[in-house]
Design a protein. Sequence first.
Length: 317
Amino acid sequence: MNEKILVIGANGQIGTELVTALRGIYGAEQVIACDINNPIYAIRNNGPFEYANVMDKENLHQIFNKHQPTQVYLLAAMLSATGEQKPKLAWDLNMTGLLNILDYAVEFKVAKVFWPSSIAVFGPHSPQYNTPQYCVMDPNTVYGFSKLAGERWCEYYHTKYGVDVRSIRYPGLIGWKASPGGGTTDYAVHIFHEAIKNGSYQSFLSEDTALPMMYMDDAIRATLQLMEAPAHKLSTRAGYNLGGISFTPTMLAQEIKKHIPGFTISYAGNDPRQAIADSWPKSIDDSVAQADWDWKIEFDLAKMTEDMLTNLKKVYS
Ligand code: AKB
C-alpha cells in the first residue's frame, strides 16, 4: 500500500526525529510534516511541509482533503510545566486537537492514528514504583488529566467508530537532535548541553527525584514498532506503559562525570516543577507492551549518556 503520512507537530522534540525516521522508511514525498510554526531546517530541506493549526478544523480539513492520509501522527500538545501556566489553553489545545483528528480519521477513513500519552496520566495515589498499566490514576496537572481524558477518547473512537488509534505513555524523552519545551523532565536534556558548554548545571529538580526517562532512539523505535504491530495483538487503545530508564539528577550527573570529570551539579530548590515530578511514578512496569508487541529497551543510563555526549560534542565543536 502506498502510505501518505501526516505528522502534525513536526517541529517538536519527537516530531523532528519521527519525520526523519518515517521519510527513511516510506520516502520523503510520502511524509508530510505539519506544524503551526515555519518548518525547521531538517524538515524544510527534506520533504513536503504544510502549515497546520490543530485548533482550526477548517485548516485541518483542507490538509486531510488534499493529502488523503493513510496514517496520522498527532504530536502537537502543551506539556506539563507550560500547561500549569496556561491551564485552559493547555486543555483546549490538547483536547480539541485530538478530537479534531479523531473526527477526521473517521471521515477520511485513515487506516492508523498515533497519539502520544504520558507518564503524567498517573498521580499521587498511583503506585510510585513499577507503576502498572492499570491502577488508580488521579493526575493533578492539566497536562496529565488532558492525557488521561485523551486516552479515554482514543478507546472510545476505537470501540464506537473502529478508528485504529495507538498510543504510548512516554516517559521523559532525551535526545540530542531537538530540545523539549515546557516539560518537567526537560532537565535531563538541558544537563547535557550545559555539561558540554559550561561544565556545570543547576537542576530545577532535587537531587533524589527519580523519574522514568527514555532515549529518543528507543522512543522512536517503540513508536514505529507499535504502529507496525498487528491490530489483533493490541489489548489497549489507551497509552501503553513504557518503562525506560529510571534515574535521579544525582545519578545522571555521576554518569556524565565519567566522561567530563570536572562536571558539577547544584540544585535550585523552590521550583514549581518539583511538585509535578513528585506526583509522577518513579519507575514503570511495561510488561503489557512487552507481551503485546514484544517491546524491549536498548539504551540504559550508561549507553544513553555516552551517545548523547558523543553527538552533542560534535554539534558544539
Ligand atoms: C513533561 O515533562 O511534561 C513530558 C512528559 C513526561 O510527558 N516530558
